[in-house]
Design a binder for this molecule. Sequence first.
Ligand code: NDP
Length: 462
Amino acid sequence: MTDTTYDYDLFVIGGGSGGVRAARIAAQAGAKVALAEEYRMGGTCVVRGCVPKKFMVYASDYAKKIRQSAGYGWSVSGVSYDHSAFLKAMHAEVDRLSTIYDRSLKGAGAEIFAERAEFVDRHTLRLMTSGRTVTAKKILIATGGRVWRPTPEELPGVEHTISSNEVFFLDPLPKRMIVAGGGYIALEFAHVFAGLGVDVTVVYRGDKVLRSFDEDVRDAVTEGLTQAGIKLVTGTVFERIDLEADGVRRVTLKTGETLRAETVLMAVGRVANTDTLGCDKLGLALDQNGAVIVDQWSRTNVDNIWAVGDVTDRVNLTPVAIREGHAFADTEFGGHPWHMDHSDIPTAVFTQPEVGTVGLTETMAREQFGEIDIYKTSFKSMKHALSGSATRVMMKLVVRASDQRVLGIHIVGEDAAEMIQMVGIAVKMGATKPDFDRTCALHPSAAEEIVTLRTKWVAPAV
Ligand code: NDP
């Protein structure tokens, strides 16, 4: 298979979820593969994203569980939390997972360069630590995304804030935290730190958090923030941040209001990691935000170069990057062409309670199909009848009226992520509301409500 004109059949830039999967599958198919990673194998998800974040969600959730156990007769005295011990255990696990990525790739026969790669031309890359150049017949860009923050000119004092890269190292925990943003990262960490006892304020520029999510999800998440004791300031942004003598950050909002906290977290989005790749040398087409433009096969406008994952800014989720990388490698090296289908991707936001969603929102469904039936419920789960918690579960089915196909499911509640992964199969298969009705409930569970929704929701008369 190997074309001896080049050093490698495939060179992958970036050792995250998408790049590693593509490199491994291509190597297993017999290609001569190398991959460059400048930081640690595993990328955002493993090193500074989904994995450590989920551990932090678990850590903070224990606090609630301990409190709620009193309703079940438990008397827990002398409970304490050692954040340093938790962080140590969490980072040890992240290290272990990163090593597994490294080992699995080498085991498949791929070569790994622990340094940054930049384009010299469309077949040549320079490895920036050793200075060595390598050539490859095909190149895959899988460099992911990075935190975006305003510049100090745009936001004076931004240097006194942290990003989601640093939240995994905050030790000791601050007393107070101000979080900018109303998206995935802002809300997940607001709940994590509030659960760990930090006094958290979220400042969001819009009127309701989680833009682009179903309206009922947004309402339920807003209610969840309040129940967690998180203060939410909407309709404004930071004007400036000043560092006071005692190390406290004073945030002045555009409204003139001031807030004070030991830590300020900026979670106002991420951008594609393309600025140091040397894309201009190849005429590689990027969109206005710097993301690599690709077609459904992850092909760029340069015919030997592909891109997968967050660097393409399609659907920025780990399992999507993995599938895009796998599809690319199967297509180009495995003799099995296929491409990722980006519809009906289940996704979760690990707020507490969490969001699980798949398919279309009510608004999107009405725009696309006109007449839509809505089934929805909000209830207190059996577990919380005794726990003392006011937390509720919201479930919603978006159904196309013409043929009763379920177009979307939205859940906010404990274990919503677990539920949506399972029910996502039914949505992907094109299940109809009568299919849900024919499915027997599993009692007692919270999930059973999804198959017992019988009454169409009717908008209240105004
Ligand atoms: P999001 O796009 O989800 O959120 C960014 C937030 O910042 C939005 O609320 C946005 O407001 C706000 N914002 C943007 N620009 C500004 C500005 N100039 N001033 C003030 N506010 C601003 O990005 P995240 O960084 O939270 O997450 C990045 C991506 O990572 C997500 O889209 C998701 O794909 C992925 N992710 C997935 C997770 C999961 O699967 N559980 C967890 C974490 C991340 P507005 O809404 O008004 O635009």
